[in-house]
Ligand binder design. Sequence first.
Ligand SMILES: Cc1cc2nc3c(=O)[nH]c(=O)nc-3n(C[C@H](O)[C@H](O)[C@H](O)COP(=O)(O)OP(=O)(O)OC[C@H]3O[C@@H](n4cnc5c(N)ncnc54)[C@H](O)[C@@H]3O)c2cc1C
Length: 380
Amino acid sequence: MDFNLTEEHIMIRDAARDFAQTELLPGVIERDNAQTFPESLVRKMGELGFLGVMVDPKYGGSGMDAISYVLIMEELSKIDASASVMVSVNNSLVCYGLESYANEAQKEKYLTKLAKGEIIGAFCLSEPEAGSDATSQKTTAIDMGDHYLLNGTKNWITNGGRAGVYLVIAQTDKDKGHKGINAFILEKGMPGFDIGPKEDKLGIRGSDTHTLQFNDVKVPKENRIGEDGFGFKFAMKTLSGGRIGIAAQALGIAAGAYELALKYSKERKAFGTEICNHQAIAFKLADMATEIEAARMLVMKAAWDKDQGNNYDMSSAMAKLYASQVAMTHTVEAVQIHGGNGFVKDYHVERLMRDAKITQIYEGTSEIQKIVISRGIIKG
Ligand SMILES: Cc1cc2nc3c(=O)[nH]c(=O)nc-3n(C[C@H](O)[C@H](O)[C@H](O)COP(=O)(O)OP(=O)(O)OC[C@H]3O[C@@H](n4cnc5c(N)ncnc54)[C@H](O)[C@@H]3O)c2cc1C
């Protein structure tokens, strides 16, 4: 067992850290306030290869491994989780889904642009009545011979306004239950495809979350991914890898808050000494450092499982469950260590605390991760 990163991994991590410090940190508070994220920063992430990290270079990707991916995600998330969710959705849900399950023509048409960041992708599974229970899809895709007719609503869609390509899950044959679900590639601007207003959120406010509406959208037959009825499996397989990205996001949020709290505790004085010298604060820092390192080990293990070709359903669920809990607990502690300063925007920790919450909700809530883990344990 080797816990060392390779030289290449260190270079990638440092490049992501440098980008986060020089490009993401300036303006992060203003972007959070205004709920915006400029296209110029998306382009820069594309140029650095962050939007197609694991995609084969023949499709315009960086050809890196999952360890590299989580290192990038951790570093971006320390500074701006709104940027990193865009990276996560594009990489682990959209690019991975297409590279693994789309046909050559679909890959050539869509994957290359997505991997280079020339366009951004969105993954559309959730509906007003189908969140955790994703089998309850109400969006329908009726087979009309040479095309499918899509009708329905998707909500909470990350990159919903800025995406060019949308992977949409819909029910084709209700009688077949989850085996009657398909996944389709939709393009922005298709007639009948409408994008609702941006959600006003607690956290990851720079990321763009929308409801999507489909009214008799004609989707060509060649835009279905995989065999008829493959859509639910497609969604579950893709989400399993997505959880590694979100676990790394949670880890980065926790580590970012910890780094700020440690620095602040060495500068702020109370009762004649730096506050880190008070045992109550020192022990908080010890708990943070220990639990963040434990989360990092779970995230790395899940990424390693993926790189080795092992099944990672359990390790990704464990990593997401634990890292998101650590993010929530320790961002709250980081605010506490900052005292009153923690409660205002200039010190960044309140934003990290708000951003942490979503990691316990999307791509499967913590309760759903426990269902995945407990089923895995019991099945053996
Ligand atoms: C900011 C944001 C971005 C998102 N981005 C996307 C996206 O890009 N694409 C997409 O498809 N979706 C996206 N989502 C949706 C997200 O994945 C869902 O919100 C999530 O899966 C939970 O579904 P729900 O909101 O319907 O909650 P519900 O399923 O209604 O759950 C409510 C509560 O009940 C609990 N619960 C439900 N079932 C069980 C059970 N069997 N046992 C125990 N507890 C249970 C849940 O854990 C939760 O605590 C996003 C959501 C947000 C808020």
